[in-house]
Design a protein. Structure first.
Ligand SMILES: N[C@@H](CCC(=O)N[C@@H](CS)C(=O)NCC(=O)O)C(=O)O
Length: 85
């Protein structure tokens, strides 16, 4: 099971930085999973998504489903709307 909300990212990725800045501004606490610092995070991401593109937000929805959300703009909108309950 993932943490409430985990961000798959790497630190020089501009789209990831955009999400991290938004999360910080909103005071949202994300578990950070750097895909190049931890091989497991890379493998989990590529197994689930079939690609290594980041950022991807992972969370468990109200039905208990494991959700992998790509696209920085969608992630930011989701966080602004309150994120995972
Ligand atoms: N439209 C995507 C673009 C994401 C993107 O291009 N991410 C880059 C890093 S900043 C990446 O992961 N590139 C490597 C790849 O796609 O495998 C978003 O806004 O999140």
């Amino acid at each position: 099971m993932p943490a409430r909300m985990a961000l798959y990212y790497y630190d020089t990725c501009p789209f990831c930085i955009r999400v991290l800045r938004a999360a910080s501004k909103l005071g949202v606490d994300l578990e950070l999973r750097d895909i190049f610092q931890d091989r497991k995070h890379y493998m989990d991401l590529t197994s689930a998504r079939g690609r290594a593109t980041v950022p991807v937000l992972r969370y468990t929805d109200a039905d208990g489903e494991d959700v992998w959300m790509p696209e920085s703009a969608d992630i930011i909108r989701f966080l602004e709307a309150g994120g995972a309950a």
